[in-house]
Design a protein around this ligand. Structure first.
Ligand SMILES: NC(=O)c1ccc[n+]([C@@H]2O[C@H](COP(=O)([O-])OP(=O)(O)OC[C@H]3O[C@@H](n4cnc5c(N)ncnc54)[C@H](O)[C@@H]3O)[C@@H](O)[C@H]2O)c1
Length: 450
């Protein structure tokens, strides 16, 4: 694990030198850190984990985790028996111990840590129970279903000293690390405004997922699935499409905004809740009974920095950040980043001088050109730099960061405090949408005020 950190530092150091040099229109390939290099192994020690929730995300996490060296899944838990079968298929272990009760994994001394990908309304309980049972945990984003849940989770992590990694995987991406470095070096100048957006335009992108054909109260513990939410009769659509309802999910904010916010916090080296949030949105396209908006834009203040994030499930738009600074624009998207510098100076005589009488205008223009025109043959070239890297949504480095922390007891890249701050931005975005006013986070009462 030391060498994992070393390799990242080495990468950052090298690229810092490169960034310090003058850059023309360049496109460089980001070199992935040697995640799987044998030197990263701590003496061949083995981490044995239990998987909780083997649904859409959990199945991916499980498959990726077992590809990491020295990482083994030794048990799996889900409330739906079909996913016990899936866990055994993914691990290729026909006798993998499976259960509906995650508490059995927490009580199992053979298990070092757990990876949890359960719906948002279960995050707090699973995390608090896991750390209280002495297990480290990787828990999916958004960390919490409510601000109070997040407060309880931070408290439990601190009280127990266990490792908690929250699953907004882009904070472990090379692309975001490069952007963070460029921002911290001042390449963008004074930050003026940060924008981020993502749009989708298809039923799957709008969470209209197909429930498993065989789902029934016989093979699913529907009662437990609902948790502390007021109970309703078995509904396979609620099981598959829980994101649509605030009782279980956190809407576009917790599903997608949290990625934009976590990435932005990481790249900007911010670790706090926004000072204020003001949202607009609505259920504009998917009138399928959901109570969460399908269009949701939020204007935040982080300190005095305006940050404008917008999500739309009715129009496709690639996920993008635009950091607007006094020295240019840094655009970050899923597969790379580009920086286009701006001089911040006039490139032509001011058009205000068009309002001068002719003689004065002519004199102004003559003087301006004499003072500002470049020498012939020395006209400045517009410079830009771009990098391409592995998908910033790659979860493997993020999982690796967690498993290495389990071995080394070193801090993870996205702990409970960071996860709480990112989730608070999402809760504030939702509260502002529902209350139809700007909201603030009040640290003394640990609540959202308007
Ligand atoms: N990081 C990402 O990019 C990313 C992507 C997708 C989902 N997620 C997050 O992952 C989590 C899971 O999302 P999903 O789409 O996989 O949901 P899902 O509904 O497909 O799967 C969740 C699984 O958890 C099981 N479950 C629910 N409560 C449980 C409990 N108490 N004990 C054991 N199992 C339980 C369910 O039976 C289900 O199989 C969510 O928090 C979501 O926001 C993250």
């Amino acid at each position: 694990m030391k060498s994992s950190i070393f390799s990242r530092r080495k990468f950052l150091g090298l690229s810092a030198a490169a960034a310090g040099a003058s850059f023309g229109a360049k496109s460089l390939l980001l070199t992935p850190e040697p995640l799987l290099a044998a030197e990263n192994m701590a003496g061949g020690d083995h981490v044995r984990f239990g998987m909780i929730g083997i649904g859409m995300q959990g199945s991916g996490l499980l498959g990726q985790s077992i590809e990491l060296p020295g990482v083994e899944c030794v048990a799996a838990c889900d409330l739906y028996d079909g996913r016990h079968t899936l866990a055994r298929e993914i691990t290729n272990k026909p006798t993998l111990p499976v259960t509906r009760r995650y508490q059995e994994l927490l009580a199992n001394k053979e298990i070092d840590c757990v990876v949890a990908a359960v719906p948002d309304h279960w995050h707090k309980q699973v995390v608090v129970d896991a750390v209280s049972a002495g297990k480290d945990i990787y828990c999916e984003k958004p960390m919490s279903h409510s601000p109070a849940d997040g407060v309880a989770m931070v408290e439990a992590a601190k009280r127990t000293g266990r490792i908690v990694q929250i699953g907004s995987q882009r904070v472990s991406s090379l692309i975001c690390a490069k952007a963070k470095e460029m921002i911290s070096q001042g390449m963008i100048g004074e930050m003026m405004l940060v924008e981020g957006w993502l749009g989708r335009n298809d039923p799957t992108g709008a969470w209209e997922y197909p429930p498993p054909f065989d789902l029934s109260p016989q093979n699913l513990d529907w009662d437990t699935w609902q948790g502390t939410v007021p109970k309703k009769p078995f509904d396979p659509y609620t099981f598959a499409r829980w994101r649509c309802w605030k009782e279980y999910g956190t809407g576009l904010a917790g599903d997608l905004l949290v990625h934009l916010v976590s990435g932005m916090m990481f790249m900007m080296s911010i670790n706090e809740a926004p000072r204020q949030a003001l949202s607009a949105g609505g259920i504009r396209r998917w009138k399928d009974g959901r109570n969460m908006p399908d269009v949701h834009g939020t204007l935040f203040y982080y300190g005095d920095l305006p940050v404008y994030m917008r999500l739309n499930q009715g129009t496709e738009m690639p996920e993008t950040y635009r950091f607007q600074g006094s020295k240019g624009i840094l655009e970050v998207n899923e597969f790379g980043l580009s920086f286009t510098p701006q001089s911040g100076k006039d490139t032509a005589p001011s058009y205000y001088a068009n309002s001068f009488p002719h003689a004065m205008h002519a004199e102004y223009e003559k003087k301006w050109h004499a003072e500002n025109d470049p020498k012939i043959g020395q006209e400045p070239m517009v410079e830009a730099v771009s990098y391409r890297g592995p998908d910033f949504d790659d979860m493997k480095p993020h999982l690796w960061n967690f498993f290495q922390a389990v071995r080394s007891r070193k801090p993870v890249v996205e702990d409970a405090v960071f996860g709480h701050h990112a989730a608070l931005a999402c809760h504030m975005a939702n509260e502002s949408y529902f209350r139809k006013v700007a909201v603030t986070w009040d640290e003394s009462s640990k609540s959202i005020k308007s």
